[in-house]
Design a protein around this ligand. Structure first.
Ligand code: SF4
Length: 361
């Protein structure tokens, strides 16, 4: 049994089955999520006999670090393995105002987005709530020290490997656990979930009161092109997707954010005509959400190149001229395969900054 991923009520119920009072459950909760301990041996405030009883039937952590890569811009990529040997990748992105952790919701991904290296892995497995929370615990400990308070709080983005809305239950459970003030205390307002367009889940999220911010990956302004770049479009075409987006936008409360993402592929979806079509599409559906323009992050064997900066700027201006707010996202961690669409359990690429587990210990 993996204790990371259990909430306070579940931990109390567990300790009761071991003949311990419920407050022991709260102690374990604090140890796992506030003190960010990953083994029972470190939980010195628990009696030795109780730690031994716990260790007999449960574990505090299941992910093991395989490699850590550090980019020249300070971004860190962690390649970890699940207990059944599957790759899990997490990225820590230092930022001026607030650092961000990008976590994975699946090992690999079943969606075949044509510009994404993760797609080449296929789906290996959906991660559990515990495996999602553990990625965040691991990255925080590595960046700041075990249990050390984060200097400016933390933002989370579910933009690593996998389609978060195909991991909806474990994802939402992990977010609830991480929001608990007695633990990590990362509230939904600090979290953004990015989807390729799983329409029923967008509708479901529109009904949830305490929810993360939402981002929708578009990549093309027409069904014809989106069918090729993001095959999920064949299941939920643009008209259906954008109708759900409109419902979601109408449900927004003050302070909530809703954005579109548009990966820019040189000579493919980045012409002036594409910009005009995209603006018209969003205006037709009365959508006011901002568009984040993401120059593609190249990676062999993907057949795409990033749009040159001048055309990215032109594209942005064309959108703005038609009343669509746009923002150009700066790529982070490209040199270590940590940028958007590059997570594919790469062991090193050309990066001399790889640190294997052996070197770290
Ligand atoms: S872009 Fe996201 S949803 Fe699409 S294949 Fe890659 S990881 Fe999956």
């Amino acid at each position: 049994m993996h204790l990371t991923g259990l909430n306070a009520v579940e931990l109390s119920a567990l300790v009761e089955t071991l003949g311990e009072p419920p407050y022991r459950g709260r102690q374990i909760f604090g140890a796992l999520y506030r003190r960010r301990l990953r083994s029972f041996e470190e939980m010195m405030d628990l009696p030795k006999s109780f730690r031994a009883a716990l260790a007999e039937r449960a574990t505090a952590s299941t992910l093991t670090l395989e490699s850590r890569y550090i980019s020249e811009d300070g971004t860190r990529r962690y390649l970890m393995k699940t207990h059944d040997g599957l790759p899990v990748e997490t990225v820590f992105i230092p930022e001026e105002r607030r650092d961000t952790i990008c976590f994975s919701s699946q090992s690999g991904c079943p969606l075949q987005c044509d510009f994404c290296l993760t797609a080449k892995l296929g789906l290996l497995r959906t991660l559990t709530a515990g495996e999602i929370v553990e990625q965040v615990v691991f990255a925080l400990n590595d960046a700041y020290g075990v249990g050390v308070k984060t200097p400016r709080g933390t933002n989370l983005v579910a933009m690593g490997a996998g389609e978060p809305f195909l991991a909806f239950e474990p994802l939402m459970k992990a977010l609830r656990i991480m929001a608990d003030p007695a633990g990590l205390y990362i509230v939904p307002n600090r979290v953004t979930v990015s989807t390729a367009g799983v329409v029923p889940r967008i509708r479901e999220l529109a009904l949830i009161p305490d929810r993360p911010h939402l981002a929708i990956s578009l990549a093309a302004p027409t069904d014809e092109q989106r069918d090729v770049l993001m095959p999920i479009n064949r299941k939920w075409p643009l008209a259906e997707l954008l109708a759900a987006c409109r419902e979601f936008e109408l449900s927004l409360k003050p302070g909530e954010r809703f954005t579109f993402e548009y990966v820019m592929l040189d000579g493919v979806n980045d012409s002036d005509e594409h910009a005009r079509k995209l603006a018209n599409l969003l205006n037709r559906h009365q959508l006011r959400a901002k568009v984040n323009l993401i120059p593609h992050n190249p990676a062999d064997p993907l057949p795409y190149r990033p749009t040159p900066p001048a055309q990215v700027e032109r594209f942005k201006n064309l959108l703005e001229a038609k009343g669509v707010h746009a923002y150009v996202r700066r790529p982070r961690g490209r040199d270590i395969y940590a940028a958007c669409g590059q997570l594919a359990a790469r062991r090193s690429g050309n990066n001399p900054q790889e640190q294997t587990l052996h070197q770290l210990s």
